[in-house]
Design a protein around this ligand. Structure first.
Ligand SMILES: Cc1cc2nc3c(=O)[nH]c(=O)nc-3n(C[C@H](O)[C@H](O)[C@H](O)COP(=O)(O)OP(=O)(O)OC[C@H]3O[C@@H](n4cnc5c(N)ncnc54)[C@H](O)[C@@H]3O)c2cc1C
Length: 386
């Protein structure tokens, strides 16, 4: 298709939306980006960018800026509560950078603002959409209708566009919650521990440490209900000794973020002129660190298929065929890992640590990594640079 004649409406200005706007505008399309938050600042703590997400960002020239704010993740390692290695895949460590979410968001939005082909409208909430390419937008000035040749729903896990279209969506909550914090000082262990109280991870990020932990054990839930930081530290220190120092670095209760895991699965990734990307179409458990990375792959593949196909519906169908099975595998694997990390019964944990993890270690080779990354890095780089 000739992208230069297209007007694309992108709904949502976070990772998926900002990247979609950038890629499409660089490919010649006219883009209107609608973001409901008037002054968007990323909520959240850290985010691990893997080889696939990095390739998409590098393809639009953001490589040096990301490298400047990122910290290498190093070799992934899962240990038990006593620090014994449960899983440490052999071979050279995969490329990965831990960044502050706010830094990633700032870089993306600065690039979007500098792109002449993109009109950004913040404080613009899409309240309705249809399959013919029209969205209804609410702003401080009132309500208006905007029409595009295609509408990209990058509006996250609670997507308005998904609800408005015929996407055959299933939304489920496995009952797992995580707390997260960015603390000052590099006290990170660079590992994820699977303990009697669930998982606890800590990684260095740009002069600080990104800490995340399960919020499922009874003691942790009691501490959360009471908003009691000392009780939280004590509950975690019982299960994983380094947690005492790591949570000791959390200054205030309000520095903690709590997220419930939500999964979104869609039978149809597009409906008429509307197509979904990122969490809107495939929110997943965070255990493979592939939610945002997969969102970035989505937008690159969507652009690739828009270029290759003769019509919009053919492009969307090819996009879904290429992305749906790859993402389904990643989401299923992440959910299984999340379930394994949350095991609390001593017998189940013994079986996991002695039987399941050695088997998983044997499978975590190059083929496993290729499935996690979903698309070859060289192909992702080429799409954005074309
Ligand atoms: C605990 C946790 C840890 C994670 N760690 C990682 C990790 O290490 N690596 C990784 O790749 N992923 C990780 N993820 C997943 C990642 O955060 C998400 O997959 C990613 O942020 C999704 O991006 P998105 O742009 O699709 O959606 P969002 O980030 O949710 O953005 C949606 C945007 O749309 C806007 N919006 C919503 N509704 C409307 C509307 N009606 N009109 C206009 N605008 C609207 C919102 O304001 C927002 O800006 C993690 C998730 C969790 C919960």
């Amino acid at each position: 298709m000739d992208l230069a004649s297209l007007h694309a409406i992108v709904v949502g200005g976070a990772t998926a939306g900002a990247a979609a706007a950038l890629l499409l505008a660089r490919a010649g399309a006219r883009v209107t980006l609608l973001e409901r938050v008037a002054d968007p600042r990323a909520v959240g703590a850290g985010i691990a960018l893997a080889e696939n997400g990095l390739a998409v960002l590098e393809s639009v020239g953001l490589g040096p800026a990301i490298a400047a704010v990122g910290t290498a993740v190093g070799r992934p390692r899962i240990v038990d509560g006593a620090g014994r290695i449960l899983l440490a895949p052999p071979g050279p460590p995969p490329r990965g950078l831990m960044v502050r979410r706010a830094a990633l968001q700032r870089l993306l939005l600065d690039a979007v603002a500098a792109e002449p082909g993109i009109t950004c409208r913040f404080g613009a909430e899409v309240v309705a959409s249809d399959r013919a390419g029209e969205v209804v937008v609410e702003t401080a000035a009132g309500v208006e209708r905007v029409r595009g040749d295609l509408v990209i729903g990058a509006d996250g896990v609670h997507s308005r566009l998904r609800a408005a279209g015929d996407h055959g969506a299933r939304v489920s909550k496995p009952g797992i919650a995580y707390l997260r914090a960015l603390v000052t000082g590099v006290v990170a262990r660079g590992e994820e521990a699977w303990t009697a109280a669930g998982l606890f991870g800590s990684f260095a990020v740009d002069g600080g440490t990104y800490v995340f932990a399960s919020a499922g054990s009874r003691a942790v839930r009691r501490a959360l209900d009471a908003r009691d930081l000392d009780a939280l530290r004590a509950a975690w220190a019982d299960a994983y000794a380094p947690a005492a120092e790591l949570l000791g670095a959390v200054a205030r209760w309000d520095d903690l973020l709590i997220n419930r895991v939500t999964r979104v699965r869609c039978a149809r990734w597009f409906d008429g002129r509307q197509v979904l990307v990122g969490d809107a179409v495939h929110a997943m458990a965070p255990n493979l660190g592939q939610g945002a990375n997969s969102a970035l792959v989505d937008v690159a593949v969507l652009l690739d298929e828009l270029r290759a196909a003769a019509t919009m519906s053919e492009a969307f169908a090819r996009y879904q065929r290429r992305r749906q099975p790859a993402v389904a595998w990643v989401a299923r694997t992440a959910a299984r890992l999340g379930g394994l990390a949350e095991l609390t019964h001593p017998v189940a944990r013994w079986l996991r640590d002695r039987v399941v993890m050695p088997l998983a270690a044997r499978r975590a080779g190059d083929a496993g990594m290729a499935s996690v990354l979903q698309e070859p890095t060289a192909a992702l780089l080429a799409i954005g640079r074309a």
